[in-house]
Design a protein around this ligand. Structure first.
Ligand SMILES: [Ca+2]
Ligand SMILES: [Ca+2]
Ligand SMILES: [Ca+2]
Length: 662
């Protein structure tokens, strides 16, 4: 395969670490960690999904949004992969061949495969508790993530053995009483189970060395009841005599939350006895807690709270963190999109004032016509729920609930729909996350081809596309939230790096083999996803181009669309501050120029995807939009066969995709 390096390629690294990825993975060999007996608190995140589903009152256009109702799985058959000896595993890992090349049998492109230094990334979501354990306690940790970086992206353009993601989103890593850590006790520290601040600094530096951006989850809707702000306020209230009115001057933390004398919608009763032994007060206090009593909602109108949020953001941004994923923005001010958008506007201005290149993505779990409006706040991205989860557009399309026509029309319409509210919008597509069931359960009678094609749809979308850890293996997990956060399936062995997973996770077998086995199998889901991300990285227009349906050939289960830079807003984004050189070695203005230049040169592509379980001949001449695209670029094969272009006829085997150039 051809590779031409351009000036943009600043990710070249000495080849000295060539074996590092394999060796690091091999370190995850036999060893002992088992059992899951650590008790944890119940699962507030589950109430969150329910709460979220209940609030979607938007009028649905064709494909408007989604709620995760996918508590069940279509997949039925499970197979347990045969265990192998450590020696075999080791040699398999050392022999990591670029087997992704089979699934990407052709990749013909004159451009550089280096990633432009803007915000159109491929982001890997890590749930730290379950990802990778470095010290044998069965709990994933920051050092574990650092060990896995060579697997995620080794920072070397010439190697294709890594996944190729170039941004990580860590779900919360702050001290918290729960395994999921969405109830924070201290926003400026690291949970001891995950490591130390030094570990975090090391991880961040290691990411940046590889050109990987790191964004953190920021939970601003609520804290933990164990946060000192709440404890302080609750203790003060418990100290009051019957009917005595609280004095804000005596307790500055009162205004941090919404305390009331009467029970309001979404409030929980304060257990005064917990805060004052021998409390005899007959008075009652309640506090707003939309998700559960352990997560008191913050009063985001409070200037003092906003000052705290500013300090917290500054703290992490000054460390070099590249941005934030904002949890539960829909609940900042429950039932008030206007207030939520105003708050996000304040937050965005504050963050960009500290670092104009910071990236912000919001979780606004509702219908698309509503979350589209949140782009008015200026935050870069909002998760595109309409395409995600078991009842989202991608899974429905593959399961026959929508035709390609409808799905691609929806994709094509997003530019105008989001652009209406924020000209610098960057869509944030995702297929699954830690709140949804996993993709492997979405499809009946699947041998992995549909899982692969589901991710193909996701990762060929325009924007900053997200991939949840383990989805590149087709990991399984549905039902209760803990199941969706199962241990990353590194190995079948009782490997040292394997996590024990959440205590309340049910026992279930994976459908597809471990990473170790999939690495060696050229037809594996893993190698397909590697090839897919490589295609995404190779053609800048895939992540950045505007979508136009290739009418005439986009029908049934054949999705066909053109990605074009002409109508794209990518340059606009860059002009507005989308450049982000994580390595910090290049002059920003130079980088901006180089990026814009590269975008000027980015060639348009035609994407044709066959989601049929059989081969299809696509007559390109039937589509005016497909005119001129007669050079086969990359090919993605999720099943057997070969893609052939004969004149105007594109022959696509079952479950395959082709990228054509002019
Ligand atoms: Ca650990
Ligand atoms: Ca590489
Ligand atoms: Ca709230």
């Amino acid at each position: 395969m051809k590779r031409k390096m351009r000036g943009m390629n600043r990710k070249m690294r000495a080849a000295a670490l060539a074996l590092a990825a394999a060796l690091t993975l091999a370190g995850c060999g036999a060893g002992g960690s088992s059992g899951s007996t650590v008790p944890t608190k119940s699962t507030p995140e589950s109430t969150k999904s329910e709460a979220a589903s209940g609030t979607d009152s938007s009028k649905a256009p064709e494909i408007s949004g989604t709620t995760d109702s996918s508590a069940t799985e279509s997949g039925t058959e499970t197979k347990t992969s045969p265990a192998r000896g450590l020696a075999d595993n080791l040699s398999a890992l050392l022999a990591v061949t670029p087997s992704a090349d089979r699934q990407m049998s052709k990749l013909d492109y004159e451009g550089s495969t280096s990633v432009l230094e803007d915000k159109y990334r491929t982001t890997y979501e890590i749930f730290p508790y379950s990802f990778r354990d470095s010290n044998g306690d069965g709990i994933g940790d920051l050092q574990g993530i650092k060990e896995a970086l060579d697997y995620l992206n080794d920072g070397k353009e010439e190697t294709t053995t890594d996944l190729g993601v170039n941004e990580l989103w860590l779900t919360p890593v702050h001290p918290s009483p729960t395994y999921h850590k969405y109830d924070v006790k201290d926003y400026q520290d690291i949970d001891p189970a995950f490591g130390t601040m030094e570990d975090f600094d090391e991880l961040l530096a290691a990411c940046h060395q590889r050109g990987i951006r790191l964004i953190m989850d920021l939970v601003l809707n609520h804290t933990s009841v164990e946060h000192p702000w709440f404890v302080n306020a609750a203790t003060y209230l418990a100290s009051l005599e019957d009917e005595e009115e609280p004095d804000p001057a005596e307790c500055p933390y009162l205004e941090y939350y919404h305390f009331t004398r009467t029970r309001e919608e979404g409030s929980a009763e304060l257990d005064l006895s917990k805060y004052a032994s021998g409390n005899n007060s007959k008075g009652k206090w309640f506090y707003e807690a939309r998700f559960w009593e352990g997560m008191p909602d913050l009063n985001l109108d409070s200037e003092a709270v906003r000052k705290e949020i500013t300090d917290i953001s500054k703290y992490w941004l000054e460390k070099g963190v590249d941005g934030f994923r904002l949890d539960a923005v829909l609940f900042y001010y429950t039932n008030s999109n206007d207030q939520n958008i105003k708050f996000l506007t304040w937050f965005n201005d504050m963050v960009k004032g500290i670092n104009p290149d910071a990236y912000i993505v919001g979780e606004c779990w509702t219908g698309k016509s509503t979350y589209a409006q949140y782009y008015a706040s200026g935050i870069d991205s909002l998760f595109d729920f309409a395409f995600a989860a078991g009842d989202g557009a991608i899974a429905k399309f593959i399961n026959g609930g929508y035709t390609a026509d409808v799905v691609v029309d929806t994709l094509a319409a997003e530019g105008a729909q989001f652009g209406e509210y924020g000209e610098a919008y960057i869509d944030a597509p995702f297929f699954t996350n830690h709140d949804t069931a996993r993709g492997a359960g979405f499809f009946a009678n699947d041998d992995g081809s549909k899982v692969k094609m589901g991710q193909a749809m996701n990762l060929l979308m325009t924007g900053n596309a997200f991939l949840y850890y383990g989805e590149e293996l087709g990991m399984r997990g549905a039902g209760r939230d803990e199941n969706k956060r199962a241990p990353m399936y590194w190995s079948d062995e009782k490997a040292e790096c394997m996590c024990k997973g959440p205590a309340d996770m049910e026992a279930f077998d994976m459908i597809y083999p471990s990473l170790e086995e999939q690495t060696a199998d050229e037809n594996s889901i893993l190698n397909f996803i590697r090839a897919l991300i490589r295609v995404r990285n190779t053609y800048p227009v895939i992540a950045r181009g505007a979508v136009t349906k290739a009418s005439g050939i986009c029908e049934g289960k054949v999705a066909a669309f053109v990605k074009s830079m002409e109508a794209s807003n990518a340059k606009k984004v860059d002009e507005l501050g989308g450049i982000c050189d994580v390595t910090g070695r290049t002059d920003r203005e130079e980088l901006r120029k180089a990026t814009l230049e590269a975008l000027d040169k980015a060639a348009d592509v035609l994407v044709v995807m066959n989601f049929n379980g059989e081969a299809k001949d696509v007559e390109l001449a039937k589509s005016a939009e497909a005119e001129g695209f007669r050079t086969l670029g990359a090919v993605l094969l999720a099943s057997d066969g070969e893609v052939v272009l004969e004149g105007d006829t594109l022959k696509l085997p079952a479950y395959s995709a082709a990228i054509l150039q002019k």
